[in-house]
Write a protein of this length. Structure first.
Length: 85
């Protein structure tokens, strides 16, 4: 067992978990989206038609963060597993 590899693996796992949490939080609807959805549901119930969404949040940064977090987490697990052999 090499302690250096285990430490690096643990750090990568922690960084991966933090990135996954951060990316997940960025995917959640913000206050503007919640307000627009509320108004749209009210309008749909009253008139039967929907208001076209004027605001669309860009989720590409959140998806990239989730991918990087997944890669970091899996690499950390791989390094920890390899250091045990």
């Amino acid at each position: 067992m090499k302690p250096e590899k285990i430490i690096i693996g643990i750090i990568l796992v922690i960084v991966g978990l933090v990135l996954l949490y951060w990316g997940y939080q960025k995917l959640q609807p913000d206050e503007i989206e919640k307000s627009i959805n509320t108004v749209n549901e009210l309008y749909k119930n009253l008139s039967g038609s929907e208001i076209p969404a004027p605001y669309k949040k860009d989720n590409s940064a959140a998806i990239i963060i989730l991918i990087l977090g997944s890669i970091s987490f899996l690499c950390g697990l791989f390094i920890i597993n390899q250091s045990r052999k």
